[in-house]
Structure formats: structure tokens, C-alpha cells
Design a protein around this ligand. Structure first.
Ligand code: FAD
Ligand code: SF4
Length: 341
């Protein structure tokens, strides 16, 4: 691992000040992302060890847990601080009862040790597990090294994306929790040198397009302080279904976060998120529109799944993924409709 400077922030103002003061060396060398916040460190330190990320300064934000470590549920919805640990959110009684898709997306992620350590803010900012991105001996990776090409296009790409990809990058977003946030129409609170702003969670991550190395709409030094999930008649009837090569400690090949508001058996509103096979946390407005006003049956679930994957683009080994994604979504919708609430 390369040498770096460690800074410990005691409050948000200090964290922002430390994160937005460029180091002289970084400014001179135009180093990208020279300062990184350190939360649980469970993915950042990994990426530093394998030389994919090379920050000069780490700003430890764990002391901000007092300010940004709350879990609160009320009539308006659910509020989760960015420093909440995954395990704590997953086990919270209100999250389990009123937002099961959120609880399950966290329970099914990583391992107990990681969930005890990792924060929600760090979780949503995890980076792709594309083999070529994580192995610096491969020169061609537009995400790691802009303009260098994409080794995955013709290479080992079974785990990568079919939705939202570009001809520069087909990496998938690997996380789980973010797909549930996208499905439930969450918002993310951000604080930066220019003040506070709130953005739709769907807008936090960017599609790869021509610039796969620019992964989010966060400005340098901006800090995620928390997430809000609006209350809705669909949140209790929600679930997260994750399909993976083994039943624990594995990333998704395909996943679906679904929520339904049913009137009898007819869909008043549906919320659909997809994961494992998309370039960013994915909300399928197409699937939601296909379900609205229809009885929830295997046929209507299948029609929604067709709509969700109508624009899928496959490369080599990813050919199986649209069908896996469709089946995952159909199963999730039928299970969700059968939930007793
Ligand atoms: P850190 O490593 O501390 O930070 C990650 C990034 O976020 C850094 O760039 C950091 O600067 C930035 N950051 C952190 N907090 C903030 C903030 N508040 N504002 C702005 N920037 C911030 N995840 C899943 O979803 N599903 C899985 O199945 C899964 N399996 C895993 C298996 C393994 C073996 C491992 C190692 C990880 C796995 N993960 C999985 C990923 C894991 O969930 C993440 O490593 C973890 O959630 C990251 O949180 P952290 O607090 O440790 O982040
Ligand atoms: Fe890099 Fe994206 Fe290609 Fe993977 S898919 S090698 S992350 S450019």
C-alpha cells in the first residue's frame, strides 16, 4: 500500500474542511480524488491495498456517528444516518416491520463481520467488482484509467451488467442496499463546502456513458450525511430477492427490490429496483408502469419483467442475465403479492 496521511475529524465542519483542502502535491500533479473519507474502511482499504485507489489523505469520519448515526421512523418515513452500521439498520425493529426490502437488502449483503463494521454511506459508494478494474496488471480499464479501453468487453464478464452499459464500460454496480433505496424513491442528504443539498437517490450514481470513471454526482469533498425513505402504502409489502452463486457472502448475479400497494389483487402502485446486472442502482419505471392498474398475476409480472429488460445489451458471457433478471423479478413480485401484512 502507498503511504497516506491519516486525519481524524471530530465533527462535520472539520471533516469538510479537511476533505476540501487539497494537498500541494495532489494539486500540482492533478491527482484524482486525493482525499477520501474513511468510514468502515471495508472496501476503501481493500482498494488501496490492491493499488486501485491511491488517496493521499484519509479523513476518518467515524466520530461523526453522534451527528449522523440515527435511525428514525415516523409518519413521514425512514431516516438513516450515513454512519449507521449495516448490521444496526438490518436489525432495527421499525426497518424490519415497515421497510422489509431495506432490512433484507442489508441482511443478505457481505458477512456479519463486514456488516458490523461497514457504514450505510460507504456501502452505497462501493465500487464495481469487475476483475479488470481490480487488477492493475490489466492496462485496459476505462474506469480506472480513462481512455485505456475495456478488457471486459471481450473478456471474463459473466458478473457484469446488461442494463445501463455503454461501449466504454459494462461494469455492474455490486451493492444491494442501494437497489432498495432506488426502488423506494429514497433521497440522499449531502453536505459540501457550498452547503447542504438533497438529491433523489436515483441521481446519486451516474451511468458510464463516455466517462465511466465519474461514478457519482457528488462534488469533490461532499459528504453523505444520510438517507430518507418516504413512507408509502407499499413499504410494508416489500422485499428484496437476491440470486447468487452461493447462499451467503456473495454478491448478486441478479436481484430485485419490489414493493406493492394492492387493492384486492390489483396493483395501485408498484416500486421496482434491480441489482447485480445494472451499471448503477436501478429503478425500473418501465416495470412499474406495466404493473399499475393490473391484477398481479404471473402473466402481468412476466409482462413487467419483459418491460424491465427491453433495453438490455449483452456481451459474451452476460447472455444469460436478461433471462435471469426477468425470472428474478417475476419471483419477487409473486412473493411480494403473497406476503401477509
Ligand atoms: P468505506 O470503505 O469506509 O468507504 C467506501 C467509499 O465511500 C470510500 O470511497 C469513502 O471515501 C466513501 N465514503 C464513506 N462514507 C462516506 C460518506 N458518508 N460520504 C461520502 N463518502 C463516503 N456489499 C453488498 O452490498 N453486498 C454484498 O454481498 C457484499 N459482499 C461483500 C463481500 C466482501 C468480501 C467485501 C469485502 C465487501 C462486500 N460488500 C458487499 C461491500 C461492503 O458492503 C462494503 O465494503 C461496505 O458497505 C462499505 O462501507 P464502509 O463504511 O466500510 O466504506
Ligand atoms: Fe474497466 Fe468497466 Fe471495462 Fe471493467 S467493464 S474493465 S470496470 S471499463
Amino acid at each position: 500500500m502507498r503511504p497516506f496521511r491519516y486525519e481524524h475529524a471530530t465533527d462535520r465542519a472539520q471533516a469538510l474542511q479537511l476533505a476540501t483542502t487539497p494537498t500541494a502535491a495532489a494539486a500540482a500533479a492533478h491527482v484524482a480524488a486525493p482525499v477520501q473519507y474513511l468510514a468502515g474502511g471495508t472496501t476503501l482499504i481493500d482498494l488501496m491495498k490492491i493499488d486501485v485507489m491511491r488517496p493521499e489523505v484519509l479523513v476518518d469520519i467515524n466520530a461523526l456517528a453522534g451527528q449522523h448515526g440515527e435511525i428514525r421512523a415516523d409518519d413521514a418515513g425512514l431516516r438513516l444516518g450515513a454512519l449507521v452500521r449495516m448490521a444496526d439498520a438490518a436489525a432495527h425493529p421499525a426497518v424490519l416491520r415497515d421497510y422489509p426490502a431495506i432490512a433484507q437488502s442489508l441482511q443478505l449483503a457481505a458477512s456479519p463481520q463486514l456488516r458490523n463494521m461497514a457504514s450505510l454511506g460507504g456501502n452505497v459508494l462501493q465500487r464495481t467488482r469487475c476483475n479488470y478494474f481490480r487488477d492493475v496488471t490489466y492496462a485496459a480499464c476505462n474506469k480506472r484509467s480513462p481512455g485505456s479501453g475495456c478488457a471486459a468487453m471481450e473478456g471474463v464478464n459473466r458478473r457484469l451488467a446488461v442494463l445501463g452499459v455503454s461501449d466504454r464500460c459494462i461494469a455492474n454496480y455490486p451493492g444491494d442496499f442501494a437497489n432498495a433505496l432506488a426502488a423506494l424513491g429514497a433521497a440522499v442528504d449531502v453536505e459540501g463546502p457550498k452547503g447542504r443539498r438533497v438529491m433523489a437517490f436515483e441521481d446519486l450514481h451516474r451511468l458510464p456513458g463516455e466517462t465511466p470513471h465519474v461514478e457519482t454526482n457528488l462534488a469533490p469533498g461532499e459528504l453523505i450525511t444520510g438517507f430518507s425513505v418516504p413512507a408509502g402504502p407499499w413499504t410494508r409489502r416489500s422485499l428484496y430477492l437476491k440470486i447468487r452463486d452461493r447462499q451467503s457472502y456473495e454478491f448478486a448475479l441478479a436481484s430485485a427490490a419490489v414493493a406493492l400497494d394492492l387493492d384486492g389483487g390489483v396493483v395501485r402502485e408498484a416500486r421496482v429496483g434491480l441489482g447485480g446486472l445494472s451499471a448503477k442502482p436501478w429503478r425500473s419505471h418501465e416495470a412499474e408502469a406495466a404493473l399499475r392498474g393490473k391484477p398481479l398475476t404471473e402473466a402481468s409480472a412476466q409482462a413487467a419483467a419483459e418491460a424491465a429488460f427491453a433495453k438490455a445489451v449483452v456481451h459474451g458471457e452476460t447472455r444469460f442475465k436478461p433471462e435471469l433478471g426477468r425470472r428474478t423479478l417475476v419471483r419477487a413480485l409473486l412473493q411480494c403479492a403473497a406476503m401477509e401484512i
